[in-house]
Design a protein around this ligand. Structure first.
Ligand code: AOF
Ligand code: ZN
Length: 342
């Protein structure tokens, strides 16, 4: 299962809106006969990928899969049928499928005489697929806060200039992330300061861009802002339309509720520091992706403004999930510890 979880993460930026799923098929002697993962919507599910590799060796063997095999015909056929047809004797599952459309696979397999075990490495598999699983539980989109800062934590210089803190590779990486999410959220301050387009480009080509949301409590986004161009849909979310919190600003929980109702499941929160602070105060961030440039500014605004922390004991503590170099910059992916969440 540990190997299946590892395989599941190969999809990362290409699987949304589908889940990240991995599968290992063992032959009757317990030797690995096939490995697979889900790469993109419309592509083969992880089980099919692994079964294809295993061929006849799957007969009498075991399929180890990170998500309960689907029992429906969606973009592709039911994995339950394929597992049964391949003669798999045993299926080991980490996480039950919360998607009502596809669920029921374990029961179908058992009815066909397959030995099914659910609940192996459930916690690990749940965090590997958190982006897809979380919205079923919270009924709001999964929120990733992305920022770029210098090693001393600053996102702009004292004179307000901020282009470019990180290098080209980090910017390309952000475009991959934008191409994977279905919604990008920024504050009106960022629109006024940087006039970003917030579109996604992959390998130089524009890809189906996500919804662009400007959190603009008082409706100050200029008519000429680039974010209003025709490259992608845009929602200027004002306090009047969304609903106001006690401070008169856009109620962020309501904003996410409304995005969920509109079918949105994966939000990239891009800026700036004030809006990010408000999301933290409301406990609405699920993951942090920080690009840290090996540069120092010594003055200038921090990447994050008031996040509701006024003493060291109240610091928002994160667990680091991944650290890697992206060109000359460092990319840190981390998850807030559970007790911080509202
Ligand atoms: C995947 N990949 O490896 C597994 C999935 O309409 P479809 O064919 O894209 O099916 C999507 C659903 O199938 C998905 O929401 C999940 O409930 C189930 N299992 N999906 O994309 C996989 N095993
Ligand atoms: Zn399937």
């Amino acid at each position: 299962m540990r190997r299946a979880i590892e395989l599941s993460m190969n999809g990362a930026h290409t699987t949304p809106p589908n889940p990240d799923v991995g599968c290992v098929v063992l032959d009757a002697t317990g030797a690995t006969a096939g490995e697979g993962w889900h790469e993109r919507p419309g592509g083969p599910h992880a089980e099919i990928d692994a079964l294809t590799q295993a061929g006849e060796r799957a007969r009498g063997g075991t399929a180890v899969v990170t998500l309960e095999p689907c029992d429906h015909t969606g973009r592709t056929g039911p994995c339950t049928d394929a597992l049964i047809a391949a003669g798999v004797a045993r299926v080991v599952v980490a996480v039950a499928d919360p998607n009502p459309v596809a669920a029921g696979g374990a029961a179908t397999l058992r009815a066909a005489g397959v030995d099914v075990e659910v609940g192996v490495l459930t916690d690990e598999a749940t965090s590997a697929n958190a982006r897809w699983l979380t919205p079923f539980r919270t009924h709001r989109p999964f929120v990733v806060w992305k920022f770029a800062a210098t090693l001393d934590g600053r996102s702009a210089a004292a004179d307000g200039t901020s282009r470019w803190i990180t290098g080209e590779d980090a910017r390309a990486d952000v475009h991959r992330l934008r191409a994977a999410v279905d919604t990008v959220v920024v504050g009106s301050g960022t629109v006024l300061a940087d006039d970003p387009r917030l579109t996604a480009r992959l390998d130089g080509a524009a890809v189906a861009p996500p919804l662009r949301v400007v959190v603009d409590s008082a409706g100050t986004t200029p008519a000429t802002a680039r974010v209003r161009d025709d490259q992608a849909p845009t929602w200027i979310a004002t306090a009047d339309e969304v609903g106001a919190a006690s401070d008169g600003r856009v109620d962020l929980r309501k904003l996410l509720d409304q995005l969920y109702e509109r079918g949105r499941r994966y939000v990239l929160l891009e800026g700036g520091p004030t809006l990010a602070g408000a999301f933290w105060r409301a406990g609405l961030i699920d993951r942090v992706v920080g690009y840290v440039a090996p540069a120092l500014l010594g003055s200038g605004p921090a990447a994050l403004a008031d996040a509701g922390v006024d003493t060291i004991d109240a610091a928002i503590r994160l667990d680091v999930a991944d650290v890697r170099m992206v060109g000359p910059d460092l990319r840190i992916t981390a998850t807030p510890r559970e007790h911080r969440k509202a």
